[in-house]
Design a protein around this ligand. Structure first.
Ligand SMILES: [Ca+2]
Ligand SMILES: [Ca+2]
Length: 194
């Protein structure tokens, strides 16, 4: 009978025992290799996750600092001839700074790489980062829409990218006296997680 030819449980002799041991070793090696691969993948994913999180946090700080600067400006230029965009003489051609920016829409179409402080000092280690601003009139009756005319509300969008990838985007509404009071509301403090 087959049962009588089977080795006794717990007893391995001769070549059979050696073969079984070898198989056990191979299985152990395969399992160990798998564990190493899993461990390396886990470490790699963890490191990548920390880097991505750090990049997005940095992007959000860069976006927030500029948005804060813009929101502190008057809704429109206080001079005699306010324009949408920079007024005459406000562009710092030689210095490339924002020292003359003194109303919200002066920041429209701003694009800087690397991002800079208002006085023109570039943030260190940010040479591959870009920060852009778009300002438009917004429709106070439908905040999701832009308006072709000034109805007393402006939408400000700040986007921060690294090597072309969006790290953070902030959208805010800034109201003027025409809207019946001051409206300052960050409507989409979005930290984009890709
Ligand atoms: Ca202006
Ligand atoms: Ca101005």
């Amino acid at each position: 009978m087959g049962c009588t030819m089977s080795p006794s449980p717990g007893r391995h002799t001769g070549r059979g025992a050696a073969a079984f041991s070898l198989a056990e070793v191979l299985v152990s090696l395969v399992l160990a290799s798998g564990l190493v691969v899993v461990s390396l993948n886990t470490v790699g994913s963890s490191a990548l996750g920390r880097r991505v999180t750090s990049e997005h946090a940095c992007g959000q700080l860069l976006a927030l600092s500029l948005m804060t600067e813009i929101m502190q400006q008057p809704y429109k230029d206080l001079g005699l001839a306010p324009l949408f965009g920079l007024e005459v003489g406000e562009l710092d051609v030689l210095g490339g700074t924002r020292v003359n920016f003194d109303d919200v829409d002066d920041y429209d179409n701003l694009s800087e790489s690397p991002p800079k402080k208002k006085a023109g000092t570039a943030y260190t280690d940010r040479s591959d980062w870009t920060r852009t601003v778009a300002v438009s009139y917004a429709d106070p009756n439908n905040l999701a829409l832009n308006s072709l005319t000034d109805q007393g509300l402006k939408r400000i969008t700040v986007v921060v990218k690294r090597n072309g990838r969006v790290m953070a985007q902030l959208v805010a509404l800034r109201g003027g006296a025409v809207a019946g009071g001051l409206i300052q509301r960050v409507i989409e403090p979005a930290l984009l997680l890709e």
